[in-house]
Design a protein around this ligand. Structure first.
Ligand SMILES: *[C@@H]1O[C@H](CO)[C@@H](O)[C@H](O)[C@H]1NC(C)=O
Ligand SMILES: *[C@@H]1O[C@H](CO)[C@@H](O)[C@H](O)[C@H]1NC(C)=O
Ligand SMILES: *[C@@H]1O[C@H](CO)[C@@H](O)[C@H](O)[C@H]1NC(C)=O
Ligand SMILES: *[C@@H]1O[C@H](CO)[C@@H](O)[C@H](O)[C@H]1NC(C)=O
Ligand SMILES: *[C@@H]1O[C@H](CO)[C@@H](O)[C@H](O)[C@H]1NC(C)=O
Length: 198
């Protein structure tokens, strides 16, 4: 389903999305989507009009407590070796290499991206978020905060790329919700990162 996320937002704005997964056999398990919970899992959803800000895509016929209960029920009744998991994907907010890509277009990938910056802005090797990227992460934090009284189940673990843009997006989104209270400690995974600019 990572595929459908990038299909939903090829732009490098921040996306938080939620999908219900079914994990079966194998080391990491074989994952398949459980339909019926999220609009982004439905092939009939128009990616041009889909907006995750609308309740993170939860289907209109479900409340968050009902959703949580249904996941608990699925796990309760799952056959041996089968587990249901809810995975929220968060895309990093706009970073300086994204802004430079918007500014230079193709020339960024052919030429300017070979350098660490252009004297005005620095985009390599590990670019920071732009003010726009920070604002979208903070905006998502406000969104999630508004869903908590609705019974939105907070994530129980976090996995992040170690690159600055990803780590900072995570912190701007989740700091006061779960990190500062110490509910969870994020895990930073080298295998989750994109390539380094330059
Ligand atoms: C809720 O709506 C979705 C999408 O239309 C549908 O697939 C699902 O079966 C519905 N669930 C219930 C419990 O009616
Ligand atoms: C959605 O479309 C994909 C690709 O055509 C297909 O593999 C998948 O089974 C479809 N999902 C549902 C829930 O129908
Ligand atoms: C900020 O969040 C609100 C509500 O979740 C949403 O409607 C709006 O589009 C978001 N703005 C940006 C710039 O992401
Ligand atoms: C450097 O790139 C930024 C876009 O990332 C652009 O706004 C700025 O004008 C550029 N500076 C120069 C000197 O070309
Ligand atoms: C995370 O965000 C908080 C609040 O803005 C800030 O005080 C803290 O320094 C940040 N942590 C990191 C590792 O950047």
């Amino acid at each position: 389903m990572m595929v459908s996320i990038s299909a939903i937002t090829p732009i490098l704005s921040l996306v938080t999305s939620a999908l219900a997964y079914k994990a079966t056999q194998g080391h990491y398990g074989t994952y398949s989507i459980v339909p019926g919970f999220f609009k982004q899992s439905d092939n009939n959803t128009d990616v041009k009009t889909f907006d995750y800000h609308d309740n993170l895509g939860l289907n209109d016929n479900l409340t968050w407590p009902e959703f949580k209960q249904q996941i608990l029920d699925l796990n309760e009744n799952a056959e041996p070796g089968v587990e249901y998991k809810v995975i929220y994907f968060g895309r990093h907010g706009q970073a300086w290499h994204n802004a430079a890509n918007d500014f230079y277009g193709e020339a960024f990938w052919c030429y300017y991206g070979l350098f660490a910056g252009n004297g005005t802005v620095t985009w390599g090797p590990d670019p920071e978020l732009t003010p726009k990227g920070i604002a979208s992460a903070k905006n998502n934090s406000v969104l999630i905060k508004s869903l908590i009284p609705e019974g939105f189940p907070l994530p129980q673990s976090f996995y992040s790329s170690p690159l600055t843009r990803a780590a900072d997006t995570l912190n701007y989104t989740w700091f006061d919700l779960v990190l500062e209270p110490g509910y969870v400690s994020p895990m930073f995974k080298e295998s989750l990162r994109e390539w380094i600019v330059r």
